[in-house]
Design a protein around this ligand. Structure first.
Ligand code: ATP
Ligand code: MG
Length: 561
């Protein structure tokens, strides 16, 4: 990561860490990022990644990447690979091997035996449904299971046999024996193990009992020596349980759980379950569809790691749930791309422009700067010839008003980097009314796009030489959902999918310098916005994704306020 990056702003978690270091409670700092490998990472995870890895970096500590692979029926190697790829792409390093919760299954099992021997856990034969019923509600205390007072010997015997595979899936569970009348539902004898016969990506068929999150998570943190276990707010009510389990095993290291508010973005859903549904039901073209809020989708859309880290730093960390405006995310992206994107010309909806007084067969090569923001960015060569492509929108049969500075009969414009041209004629399909071609004359004295005669030419158009341009596909995107809070009105987020969120333009023309660009390279098409090279590109036909337009709605909102 670049050294010139701003130091992360302080927040309540850093305050806790500072005071732990000051008081001597901690001497080293360790965090972890613990995804469940049941889907691809999304922008919400990026917030957690930046927070956890950012703290480790700033305090010279360590942040583990740990796969919380305790639920084999939903987890896959594909997800594990994509998660590692995304974390490194974001610019973070977990220092060696990733950790896997499943590597601790043996230890967890031993510790469960300790709890049983201490009379703190029991095997229950109630069904999942019955357990829910017995648990009670916020206003109604729970009642004890009829199996709650089994002897330690019986519990040990049954739990070992659960592990040995003697019982059917779902027929028994191991529960902690805490307090069926607790005001906190999580403390009413939570389930620690259930029986599930599913092949585990790493453990194969070794286990048929799998630990529940609340039992497993603190143990995982403890084994790794995590000092500050940072999670989202919905786990606040689970903290007493996190602590209770660790308190029953006093010889273990005791991490501290701290909760923060998860990231919500308007126009965006962030539940992995719903993202999986979008993929499985073909509402999008895979996890890395550029409309997806996944890190892989955003990368393909043209987001850079720098812009995502900047966004995560600006939104900060708090204890209060809120929804962030997606315009801020796009603002961070534009700021970064403005510095790094190559400037190029591309015509998305082409109209032929013929320069009647330009010699047939002649070609001139103009220099165009790669990036006006970067003095060392260099230039590229742009070919110019008698027949060009310009944007359909840059011509009208009649100028609509005095502020119209584009091409119309009798009007003169500047062709960027090249010449002034004046419209002298145009051809139109008499049946459809479609404009077929525009005829102009050019002024040889305006070479380079200016003259010294004081002539005012306000409009500047982008263009490409028809003979040299490369046919391309351009994919335009809008938000996947056309409602700020997808699903809020009908209860079904699928109802708010915008059927027009992807528009494919197949007859675009781009300047030849673009053909050599590698997948994921960001460019600014003059006057159109930022685009990036899609990996679907071939030698014959480059494909570009529109990343974001040029107009910064966030900056505008800020100016107004
Ligand atoms: P989802 O609800 O989308 O399925 P999850 O929380 O179940 O997400 P995990 O794989 O368990 O997904 O998440 C790994 C880490 O990322 C957790 O520590 C979790 O708190 C954090 N995380 C998940 N979503 C967000 C979010 N929207 N904002 C901040 N952190 C998040
Ligand atoms: Mg989770």
């Amino acid at each position: 990561m670049a050294d010139d990056e701003k130091k992360a702003p302080s927040n309540f978690i850093r305050d806790i860490i500072n005071s732990d270091l000051e008081s001597g409670k901690r001497t080293v700092i360790q965090t972890r990022f613990p995804p469940e490998p049941n889907g691809y990472l999304h922008i919400g995870h990026a917030k957690s990644i930046c927070l956890n890895f950012g703290i480790a970096k700033d305090y010279n500590g360590k942040c583990n990447l740990r796969f919380d692979d305790t639920n084999p029926s939903k987890e896959e190697q594909e997800y594990i690979d994509s998660i590692q790829n995304d974390v490194s792409w974001l610019g973070f390093d977990w220092g060696g091997e990733a950790f896997y919760a499943s590597d601790y299954f043996d230890k967890m099992y031993e510790w469960a035996l300790i709890l049983i021997k201490a009379g703190k856990a029991y095997v229950d034969d109630l069904s999942a449904e019955e357990i829910r019923e017995y648990r009670g509600t916020l206003t109604k205390p729970g009642k004890p299971s009829p199996y709650r007072d089994r002897s330690v010997e019986d519990n040990l015997d049954l739990f070992v046999r659960m592990k040995e595979g003697e019982f059917e899936d779902g027929s028994k569970v191991l529960r902690a024996k805490i307090d069926m009348e607790s005001g906190n539902l999580n403390m009413r004898d939570p389930v620690m193990y259930r029986i599930v016969r599913a092949e585990h990506p790493r453990q194969g068929n070794k286990w048929c009992i799998y630990p529940m999150y609340d039992w497993a998570h603190g143990l995982e943190d403890s084994i790794e020596g995590v000092t500050h276990s940072i999670c989202t707010l919905e786990f606040e009510d689970h903290r007493p349980l996190y602590n209770w389990f660790l308190d029953q095993l006093p010889e273990l290291f005791h991490p501290q759980q701290i909760e923060f508010a998860r990231l919500n973005l308007n126009y965006t859903i962030m539940s992995k379950r719903k993202l999986l549904q979008l993929v499985k039901e073909d509402h999008v073209n895979g996890w890395d569809d550029p409309r997806m809020p996944t890190i892989s989708g955003m990368r393909r859309r043209g987001y850079t790691p720098e812009s995502l880290r900047d966004f995560c730093s600006r939104i900060g960390v708090s204890k209060v749930d809120s929804t962030v405006d997606i315009a801020l995310l796009e603002h961070c992206l534009r700021e970064d791309l403005n510095k790094r994107a190559l400037r190029r010309m591309a015509v998305l909806k082409p109209l032929k422009l013929i320069i009647d007084n330009y010699p047939e067969g002649e070609v001139e090569w103009f220099d165009g700067e790669n990036n006006p923001e970067d003095p060392d960015g260099g230039t590229r060569k742009i070919p110019f010839s008698r027949e060009l492509w310009i944007e359909q929108d840059d011509f009208r049969e009649e100028a609509p008003n005095k502020k119209y500075f584009r091409l119309a009969p009798g009007k003169e414009i500047r062709l960027k980097h090249a010449y002034y041209v004046k419209c002298v004629d145009y051809k139109k399909d008499p049946e459809t009314g479609e404009i077929l071609e525009v005829h102009c004359t050019y002024d040889p004295a305006s070479k380079g796009g200016w003259t010294d005669d004081g002539r005012k030419v306000k409009g500047t158009s982008h263009w490409v030489s028809a003979e040299h341009a490369v046919k391309s596909e351009v994919r335009l995107y809008s938000h996947l959902f056309n409602n700020e809070a997808p699903g809020a009105a009908t209860g079904n987020f699928l109802d708010d999918i915008d059927p027009d969120s992807l528009e494919i333009l197949e007859n675009c023309w781009v300047e030849p310098a673009l053909v050599e660009e590698k997948a994921f390279t960001s460019v600014q098409f003059l006057r159109q916005g930022y685009f990036c090279v899609d990996p679907d590109s071939t030698a014959d036909k480059p494909v570009f994704n529109k990343t974001v337009g040029l107009r910064d709605t966030w900056a505008k909102i800020q100016r107004k306020n």
